[in-house]
Write a protein that binds this ligand. Structure first.
Ligand code: ADP
Length: 168
């Protein structure tokens, strides 16, 4: 019997660090696709707290039993990365109208670069719709409680990073 073609989607992002909002989007994607590649963007402009390798490790720790999920990284144009992994679907999360403008611009730009690639927007559970990696870092910097907002594996490494960073 001919093998059915695998449906592969890519969820690109900075993931600095991965949050429960990201995990929510990953879970929803896994219901629709045979394979999900979470692709960590190098994004040096964003001055990430965690290195690419550290961000990948934290995602892997948070998703150990999710067999259809693969963690990778990319430093080139997303469209070129999509071609290299033979995927035609980009997954992005939409939290609120504030995300919409930027995401629309990116989605349309990617479509201009390669019309065969589609972007799918998924909405997280309401409880995560206010969550962002930036906000998590801000709360953690002031020693606020981030339990329930990020995977357990993220809590200690994030606090360590922020303590080191805040030393004069
Ligand atoms: P980027 O720098 O690409 O925006 P992020 O890690 O901030 O990287 O976000 C990656 C994707 O995940 C984006 O589409 C973003 O809108 C989405 N996202 C981030 N936080 C959440 C959340 N709490 N719920 C749903 N989607 C989210």
């Amino acid at each position: 019997m001919p093998q059915k073609k695998k449906r592969i989607a890519v969820y690109p992002g900075t993931f600095d660090p991965v949050t429960n909002g990201h995990l929510d989007i990953m879970k929803r994607s896994l219901k629709m696709f045979d394979k999900l590649i979470v692709a960590v963007a190098h994004n040096p402009d964003k001055n990430p707290v965690f290195s690419v390798a550290e961000r990948m490790k934290l995602i892997r720790k948070a998703t150990v039993r999710w067999n259809a999920l693969h963690v990778d990284h990319f430093g080139n144009l997303l469209i070129d990365y999509m071609r290299s992994v033979k995927s035609g679907v980009i997954i992005r999360g939409l939290r609120a109208v504030t995300d919409y403008e930027f995401e629309l611009q990116m989605g349309l730009m990617n479509r201009t670069l390669d019309p065969s690639i589609e972007t799918i927007f998924l909405i997280p559970s309401e409880e995560y719709s206010f969550l962002s990696s930036r906000l998590i870092k801000e709360i953690a910097r002031f020693k606020g409680n981030i339990e329930g907002l990020v995977p357990k594996a993220v809590i200690d490494p994030l606090q360590e990073k922020l303590i080191k960073k805040s030393k004069p």
